[in-house]
Design a protein around this ligand. Structure first.
Ligand SMILES: Cc1ncc(COP(=O)(O)O)c(C=O)c1O
Length: 389
């Protein structure tokens, strides 16, 4: 029987230019962003802001930190309801809960994006939406923004899975008031841990720079607002340190430059898997809208029935092919569902639950080549014939 031997969590090496820059940083001993002149962190902020077309960018310690920082800059209050997708990963409700606010979960549809009808129904209860582009699926962003604008809801985008993606030519992270990105190892650029925040709003940018731990050194940022804007906020913002360091920025700069090329490589692999899964009886591909330019770093399918899924998942795993199933009773590895988040008040989400019970998710690392993807496709088809028929 055919088996798959490669790891689903193995990333590519850091580009040589990043290794060389990081080695130089280590030789200098100057790892703190405010000690470095010139600073890799400041340059990364300027380069990322220019690439995505944002007025301001702030490099921080993680994607989770980025979301918490954005919420606090928007003055989130203890006990305040914050809308978010019912299907996302734990750092998203976690970032909301850590500010003392209350995640108000919104159903997701079969396309795996936030359900705009449920969003419209719940929007009058909230001032903020933490929109998670979970596993890279973008909602109809024009319609979503219209719903939020109608109800005066400010949007923060969680772009942990959509760095390099866009809707109708407009980048993810540039629709809401703030876009939050992760540079953690399993995302589209890899610095182990790390995050980036973008916004066009100078006051929000100044508040987030101050909060991230700039002290009075905010002038050393790469894409921050002017001194007068900071003057409005310096005394008001608590310092919640979460800066990025020189080492991470040094390895990220060449990766940010390579992002368009990497997105294409991811999508080449995604298309091979997509074709195989679409041809597999018992599995339904999530169709991607034409307006969505995504980065296929993971792939999702819906099974026809939930009952037979554990056998299928185990059968694939025994042959080296890893699926994550969102319908399991308990959290496993990085995978959890809203019912597992005991710190979030229990909410009734029948549509989301019905989808999660049938939802499978697979990572697509760039260390896989075209033949690897074809082999995964064959094993999946074979196990589907055994378990899902
Ligand atoms: C959907 C989603 N949002 C946000 C994050 C947070 O990113 P980080 O790990 O950098 O805190 C993650 C991380 O896995 C994620 O999957």
């Amino acid at each position: 029987m055919e088996r798959f031997e490669k790891s689903f969590t193995r990333q590519e090496p850091i580009p040589e230019a990043g290794i060389a820059a990081a080695t130089e940083v280590m030789r200098s001993g100057i790892l703190h962003r405010y000690g470095a002149d010139p600073s890799h962190v400041a340059a990364l902020e300027a380069e990322f802001a220019a690439q995505i077309g944002a007025a301001h960018a702030i490099a921080v310690a993680s994607g989770g930190y980025a979301m918490g920082c954005a919420l606090r800059a928007l003055d989130v209050q203890p006990g305040e309801p914050v809308l978010t997708n019912a299907w996302t990963l734990a750092p998203v409700p976690g970032a909301i809960a850590a500010t003392g606010a209350r995640p108000l979960l919104v159903e997701v549809g079969e396309d795996l994006t936030i359900d705009l009808e449920d969003l419209a129904a719940k929007a009058p209860q909230a001032r903020l939406l933490m929109l998670s582009h979970m596993r890279g699926h973008l909602a109809d962003m024009e319609r979503l923004m219209a719903v939020c604008d109608t109800h005066g809801v400010t949007v923060i985008e969680d772009c942990a899975h959509t760095m390099g993606a866009s809707w109708n030519g407009h980048p993810s992270g540039r629709w809401g008031a703030v876009g939050c990105f992760s540079t953690q190892t399993y995302k589209h650029v890899n610095s182990g841990e790390g995050g980036l925040i973008v916004t066009d709003d100078p006051d929000l940018a100044a508040r987030m720079v101050l909060m991230s731990g700039s002290y009075m050194l905010y002038g050393r940022h790469g894409a921050a607002p002017s001194e007068e804007v900071f003057a409005r906020h310096t005394a008001q913002m608590p310092n919640v340190s979460g800066r990025m360091d020189e080492l991470r920025a040094a390895i990220l700069r060449p990766q940010i430059a390579d992002l368009p090329l990497q997105a294409k490589r991811w999508n080449d692999r995604y298309r091979i898997l997509e074709e195989a899964f679409r041809a597999t009886p018992g599995l339904k591909m999530i169709e991607r809208p034409q307006q969505e330019a995504f980065v296929g770093s993971s792939i999702q399918v819906l099974a026809a029935h939930a009952e037979t899924l554990p056998g299928f998942v185990d059968g694939c795993a025994a042959r080296g092919v890893e699926w994550k199933w969102f319908g399991a009773d308990r959290p496993q590895g990085f995978t959890s569902a809203h019912a597992h988040w005991g710190y979030v008040e229990a909410q009734t989400l029948p549509r989301t639950d019905a989808i999660l019970s049938r939802l499978l998710d697979m990572r697509v690392p760039l260390t896989f080549d075209a033949e690897d993807c074809a082999r995964i496709g064959r094993i999946v088809a074979d196990e589907a014939a055994r378990h899902l028929a």
